[in-house]
Design a binder for this molecule. Structure first.
Ligand SMILES: [Zn+2]
Length: 188
């Protein structure tokens, strides 16, 4: 996985990682879910499933859920009310049975295969858990202009600005340092 793709899956939440597979005006990277194999690949990756089985129509359904989650998450990043239609879509997807975990005889978790319907249910349930939970108003957009992905700020003061301090935070520091240096150079 290239760094440009990997950074789409660092939000810390399955529902936001799933939202980040979209192509939007907010970030520069392209659509990741454009056919059944790509849906199977990324849904497996995000949910840690061994395999996902899709049927015709699943890609459109995935896009419908994703668009609702994106708008709901965006509403939270700007403290706007939810669109009730998006809430209905989310609840409808969550109503399907999620992937069922299975224990092996030696006490491990069996490799889990699921349908896309079950996978999308797990994504929708994660979104409900996030929005209604203690971090539901801590969804932020990374302050780095060349990132713009969302993350959940679990820091105690709730003042985190970047999705990743190592990546976007350090880049911002480098830029600030350069800007300061440029100002000093001009002043000379
Ligand atoms: Zn970032």
């Amino acid at each position: 996985m290239t760094p440009a793709v990997a950074k789409r899956f660092r939000s810390g939440r399955a529902c936001l990682d799933f939202a980040h597979t979209a192509e939007t005006p907010d970030w520069r990277e392209p659509e990741l879910v454009y056919d059944r194999p790509s849906l199977e690949r990324w849904l497996s990756h995000i949910l840690g499933l061994a395999a996902v089985r899709t049927e015709p129509g699943d890609v459109a359904e995935a896009h419908r859920l994703r668009a609702a989650i994106l708008r709901l998450a965006r509403a939270r990043t700007s403290e706007q009310p939810f669109d009730p239609q998006d809430v209905d879509v989310l609840n409808a997807f969550a109503a399907a049975a999620p992937p069922i975990p299975r224990l092996t005889a030696n006490g491990a978790l069996a490799p889990l295969a699921a349908t896309a319907v079950a996978g999308l249910s797990a994504i929708a349930r994660d979104a409900i858990d996030l929005f209604a939970g203690p971090l539901g108003h801590r969804i932020r957009v990374c302050a780095s202009p060349d990132c713009a992905y969302m993350f959940v700020d679990a820091s105690r003061p709730g003042t985190r600005r970047w999705c990743s301090m190592q990546r976007c935070g350090n880049l911002a520091k480098v830029h600030t340092h350069r800007d300061n240096q440029a100002v000093k150079d001009l002043a000379r």
